[in-house]
Ligand binder design. Sequence first.
Ligand code: GLN
Ligand code: ZN
Length: 779
Amino acid sequence: MTVTVATLGFPRIGPRRELKTALESHWAGRSDAAALLATAADLRARAWARQRDLGADIVPSNDFSLYDQVLDTSVMVGAIPAIHGWKGGPVPLATYFAMARGSQGGPGGGHAHHEGCAHGHAHDGEGAPAAEMTKWFDTNYHYLVPEFAEGQRFALSSTKAVDEFLEARAQGIVTRPVLVGPVTFLKLGKSRTEGFDQRRLLPALLPVYAEMLRRLAAAGAEWVQIDEPCLVLDLDQTDRAALRDAYAALAGAAPGLKLMLATYFGALGDNLATALSLPVHGLHVDLVRAPEQLDAVVAGARPDLVLSLGVIDGRNVWKADLAAILDRVEPVAASGRALILAPSCSLLHTPIDLDRETALDPEIRNWLAFAVQKVAELAVLAKALNQGRDSVRATLEAASAAVGSRRTSPRINDPAVQARARQDDAALAQRGSAFEVRRAVQRDRLGLPAYPTTTIGSFPQTPAVRKARADHDRGAIGDADYEAFLREETARTVRWQEEVGLDVLVHGEFERNDMVQYFGEQLAGFAFTKSAWVQSYGSRCVRPPIIYGDVSRPRPMTVAWWRYAQSLTDRPMKGMLTGPVTILNWSFVRDDQPRSATCRQIAFAIRDEVVDLEKAGAAIIQIDEAALREGLPLRRGEWQAYLDWAVECFRLAASGVADATQIHTHMCYSAFNDIIASIGAMDADVISIETARSRMELLDAFAGYRYPAEIGPGVYDIHSPRVPAVDEMTGLLRAAARRLPADQLWVNPDCGLKTRKWPEVRLAIGNMVAAARAARAAA
Ligand code: GLN
Ligand code: ZN
């Protein structure tokens, strides 16, 4: 039986981020809908042709989206919140974007979403609010959360899936349309009514899916891919019953139409029997995250079930070891079962084309494969299976050589780093004394008032700051001028913090482009790309660093800026660092050793910086771990192992200093209930968290746990331009003091201020300082 090649989805932003440009121009009112839709159609046409030319036999459609595939699904089924005033019929483009961005969004998104803050959009002013946004499983892609009302009705409200199928067919390509599966869709959504279980909406939803399937079949589709990544999560009996009901209904919806049920991001595990029992024609499994499931899947699958094997990593950037994949797949192919080879998941999560990275070091480049290269790898694998390995001998050997050189290259292997990471002296991850002892020494040294005030690190990245950086990047201004500009910006910010009366100051982070990139660029073992963009949400793309080798810190990274800033004031100046877990979670990570091993190396590098800051005289050092929570595995049973090594890495980074040095950490989210013991185990002296919008309720987790150290619960929601009044913040401080001893509390915003504007920041921080003073006076 011939083995074929499929992709489950392709990056849609365009090789030059054409979609981003077109969207932002449309949102800014500079181009009309027709221009946007023409760009979108052109991108689709090129992506289909590209995949076919690379050797994909099965090319997806409806994987494209103007914003997000989950939002597309909400629109397809007519789940439009009432506030948008939609009265049925096709959903207008303006309504679509209003759901995505709020009805008054500015260019590029009116919401201040920034790294680490995986919360809903802020809503500025009047009009309808945007849907909440959250991470798609454990990726850095964000989807718009479907919102259901009780008694929610559904109706087919978009023909996008059919239209795009026909569009591709006109181009001569019969695609396999992709739909987000009904069970995953419902599970990802939320309801405004507390306690409402949206899975109860399934019977109302299924007829809409059935109708869509009938229309696709009528348009000429032979297969439809239905994505149910919820099958790799912990499911309960209700979920499993929902899956059985859903596929019983969909299997009979359009006679002759075949369904490819796609699972990805992990092992089916205890859901394997459920997946194999569903009446579908094909099943896609992720063999990159879960290679071990191949045998069980093959053993349990009906003989006529088409298996789609996700053998190429859709989540990472490395060239595959093609021969090793063949070793595993050949026996299955020999058994005569119908097989499809595919990436582990949609290629949405990889950059598009390595050929555009002309500036990358050639040796590193030879280790990489982006979306385009990955499709070509699949074509080679299929040819080897269909015509024998000899037919692609040279390519297989080149792939093995590339993988082999990653094992031995001196660029990757640094024996000193490896030896250091192997040390298992428990004292390395242990501060000199217990928190109570450290606290007394630090109080003596710092002499801070009750309710000490500080900020999280960054101050507004104004257009002038961004322009100076861009000018410097393209060589229009020299190092000295850029440096002078940054010093001036820093000095002004330090002066202003003194004037407004903050107790613990920061330098403002003007020299940083991004809280991970800034460090990655200075660490050994990291590579940076010019155009390897990956969609984060909507038009927003990120360029994650690539960690390819052993990580070390050749020289201090932040000490000079800290020293300069501290020289301007007598108040304590915080040293500001990004923590090892966050650096790991926001990078493409090497796949030749466990993530924990890479994280441990980063931890030692950050530790060196912490020690150098202390030597330079810093009394307070903050190590941000904005992404610690989002690294949690999808399966609950794997949480503790992750938390254990993540906490250990933080402690390794933080524990090289004396008792008198105060270690802060910052996490910009609000859900701590289920990980509070690990947060406690980090043993930071002070933690700042996001609480303004939850009205301090999340402090209950800390209170219940009797969290011993100091806490700065955010009193200023920095995701909105709104300036909180003094009263409002004193109210929040009172609410905090009801939950925790007042002498444990700090006063700070929810997160960094880089996305805000100075006029708001001046007023809001002024009010925050006044609120702290009021709280002191009342104590
Ligand atoms: N120190 C960083 C800042 O203030 C923290 C950012 C974050 O937590 N996402 O910008
Ligand atoms: Zn934050």
